[in-house]
Design a protein around this ligand. Sequence first.
Ligand code: SAM
Ligand code: DTB
Ligand code: SF4
Length: 349
Amino acid sequence: MSLVGFTGHAHQDHAKAISTEVPLRHDWKLPEVKALYELPLLELVFKAQSIHRQVWKDNKVQLCSLLSIKTGGCPEDCGYCPQAARHDTGVKAEKLMAVPEVLEAAKAAREAGATRFCMGAAWREVKDGPQFDAVIEMVRGVKSLGIEACCTLGMVTDSQARRLKEAGLDSYNHNLDTSEGHYGDIISTRTYDDRLATLARVREAGIGVCCGGIIGLGETVDDRCHMLATLANHAQHPESVPVNALVPVKGTPLENNPRVDSLSMVRTIAVARILMPASMVRLSAGRAQMNDEAQLLCMMAGANSVFFGDKLLTTGNPEYEADMDLFARAGLIPLEPKAAPAGPGAVRR
Ligand code: SAM
Ligand code: DTB
Ligand code: SF4
């Protein structure tokens, strides 16, 4: 068990008076996670919010911006994904964006209040060469704007992870998506172990880990709890845990999956917060399908970050104005740009 401490925390300003009394556990068992998940909802939210406030005393919400730097044409077969080449979704394969274009978008995002810029590529894995060199330039450029840089590029090797770290990358997003048991029903072109191996390389290189999942893939409550326990039982918790609701896209095998009940999002987020008190929990895909009240309940349950801007990678997100209006009406305080850290934290999670 490790304790949350002050030193080197990735969000030192944000988490200002982080409590030294919140234990970080790495030995969660499925029945205890499930018992949390199945608590009466308000009890669960109360528990999660109590932990949240002990750690995140200033109670701010980070605005992150997401850009698809390389869209579509992906060789993988992730059942949910509109960018898989084999799914006829109308998403066209595009080339990698040019560095200046990406940096323009990052600048605009910063101006609009983003403190984190995430670049996504529809790749199975990173290949060394001019395209990876360009991504390295993008990372350097984003860092020179004084905001956090995050990438999600598929699998990486040790040396690629080291180069990303040297360029200043704060965080690498690579989701487990679901439980190990359900993984094979959703993706066949790579394994859960491939996923874990990339995450280990990212961690080893000293880059912050951004790892979460999707609900609504036809998984059971056990699967959800299993995934959350897997995340929390890593020797260090991921610094960042995105919780996505499936956005069903026509042409994908999961196009007819039933819509995710927003209360399941609330429960998943609350359990993530309880299991990983010091991690950023990000209310990610699926916000456009949620009303204001459901989003606020997710924040009450411990979500302290959203992606803003009208598009995620290829699917819709709430309009900027609607988000700003929600923040104003609810009195939500965005994490200020100056609070963005210079690099990944060294604290054990
Ligand atoms: N190709 C890289 C990979 O798979 O790691 C990076 C990009 S991929 C689009 C990033 C994440 O987006 C996936 O791991 C998945 O969690 C999420 N995602 C993709 N399609 C989604 C959908 N339709 N609904 C919700 N989340 C989705
Ligand atoms: C994550 O977990 N969610 C974001 C980010 N990481 C890269 C991506 C959501 C993608 C939703 C489907 C789309 O827009 O294509
Ligand atoms: Fe490719 Fe990533 Fe989509 Fe899977 S989730 S098909 S790896 S872009």
